[in-house]
Structures are given as structure tokens and as C-alpha cells.
Design a protein around this ligand. Sequence first.
Ligand code: KQY
Length: 375
Amino acid sequence: MKSANDEENRKMQPLTGTPAADGFYMPAEWAAQKQIWMLWPQRSDNWRLGAKPAQAAFTAVARAIAEFEPVTVGVNAAQYENASRQLQHPAIRVVELSSNDAWMRDTGPTFVTDGVQQRCIDWTFNAWGGLNGGLYFPWDLDDQVAAKVAAIESCPRYRTEGVVLEGGAIHVDGEGTLLTTEECLLNPNRNPQLECAEIEQRLRDYLGISRIIWLPQGLYNDETDGHVDNFCCFVRPGEVLLAWSDDELDPNYARCRAALARLEQGTDAAGRQLVVHRMPIPGPLYATAQECNGVDWAAGSQARDPSVRLAGSYINYLLVNGGVIMPSFDDPADALAQALLQQLYPQRRVVAVPGREILLGGGNIHCITQQQPLV
Ligand code: KQY
């Protein structure tokens, strides 16, 4: 006779097959959400001053989201009490969940649905490049995050052994179109064993999409090898928002134009010509020497240097139920960016949360969050 434990163990095992073959697809970020998942920053070789300022910044993001919907924050055991105290809020749940760092967009699951049930994809994670340019070692706990989230939610899970992908590398419109960059997905430090056509087939198989729009590159100096979520996103089906610079001396100038050409050339899965909105890029932004000195040096992690431009972007915002949570940078372009987002999302309340501290760690609000759609 089967025990309850056998049944639980069976549920923890990954599914065989692929989501698309089973009738599942990834919904767009604007689909109704059950909750947002986050992780708690603590590693002092990425976050300055023992991650204290980053913890305050993550807390502000969690609290801003909690005004719209529930948030679950995964925390390493050593930080459980500290995080629980800082995150006290009726809509914020803290769970013990080990990780190497705090990038839930990239280490968390991608949720898929067939319109009735929810499942999720547990992509293989290699810290943005493994031993060939990855951002830290080891990354074993990060690679387990998606499976642990799935277990907490009792969500059946597909595991992509041999397909490396981070959530920030893709955006979908929920109607069959996917946006990504060649700089990231075709980088030899992700899936060197797969040809471009094979990568495209994996995207179709796992995400239930039928049209892929490849942008050549992402934002200049993005530590992730050009994640699309820091550069270009869907606003709604048929409309995208692209980071934009008119400064010919900005290394982003050519990147923005190359992306625009691809977006204008193609059509989406429904055959629509895309409308492209342009979002100014803040800065240029740099870390101060003092900020860099606050990061503990550790072999294998990235050196921080005030001369290296930060990949600041307003595109790195998160959609929540009824809201938009965007990063601000104390930059003259902040107000313009907020006004543009409010104009593009008239039915949502746009809330700006300081993003500099998260940017110093290498990403922003979209990178540290993962939406779980409502089923
Ligand atoms: O932006 C992201 N999606 C992750 C960046 C990781 C940076 C680690 N220093």
C-alpha cells in the first residue's frame, strides 16, 4: 500500500515531457497574479556593508508590492530572524529557503498554465555563465530555488536538465511571442551544446510560444550578458517598451538602434507589427569609490570599480495586480520615466522605489522578483 510519504515524494519528482506538449504556456506578466516571490540579500561579496543597505532596499520593494498583492520572501536560515523582523507586514510571508544570492527572477520557477492548472519550469541555472564568466561559485543552492518554490506551492515541475536559462533572459506577451537577446541566449557560456535552432525549439517546447524576436544585444555592461528584462519588454500584446539613448557617444546608442531595427522588421505571433515606445536611460550612473569599498573582496566574485558604468534602466520594473513597481535613481529622468509608465499603464498605479542599491548589486526590481500567476 502507498503511504502519504510515497505520494509526497512522487509529487516532488519532476514531470516528464514538456509544457507545450501538455498544453501549457507561460502567461504574460500582466495576467492576474497570486503572489510575488523574492529572496533576501545577504552575501557581502556582492552587497556592500554586509548587505544592510540592500536589505533595506529589498524591504522597500516588498512593502511596495504588498500594497497590491501578497509577497513571499525566501531567506537563508542565518537571516531568518533579521529578515522576519524587517519584513513584518500582513501581506508578506517569510519562508526559510536557502540560496546563494537573491535574484528570484533568474533562479525562481517560470510558471505555466493550461488555463485550468498551474505547473512550473525549473530551468538549469549556472550563475550567468558557469565557469566561463559566471558571477560566482558555487551556485548549487540557487539552482535548487525553483524546485523548493514548487514544493512549497505543491506545483508540478518540469526540470530542464541541460537547458540553462534565467527568467530575466525572456519576456512573453502570453499570446505566443517571446522577446530575448542573442547576446545572452546564444552566449557560449549558457548552452554551448545547442545550435540556435535547437534553442528556439526548447523555447517553444517549454514556454508554448510560436514566434521569437531576437534582439542582438541587451544594455551595455549588463552583468547578465544582456538580459532582455533590463532593455526591452512588452507593455501589452503588440506594444513594447525599449530603453533608448539619443547620445551618439553612449555605447547604448548602437544597441538601441539595432534592437529597434529588429522590432520594426518583424511581426508578433498574431501577425501584428509592433508599436515601439522609447524609454530614456538614466545617468550614465556609476558606483562611488566608497560604495565599491563597502563590498567584501572574495576570490571568484566580481571586483567593483567606480570607473565601470552601471547598467541602470527603468525597463527593469515589475507589473503587479493594479500596479507598476519601478526603480528610481535620484536622476533627472526619474520623473519622465514615471510619467511615461503612467501614460502607458493608465489603469495601474505606478510606484517608484529607490533602485540604486539593487543596481549596485547588478540588477533591479524585475530581477529580484518573480510573479506567480493566479489560477
Ligand atoms: O540582473 C540580474 N538578473 C541578475 C544580476 C546578478 C548580478 C550578480 N552580481
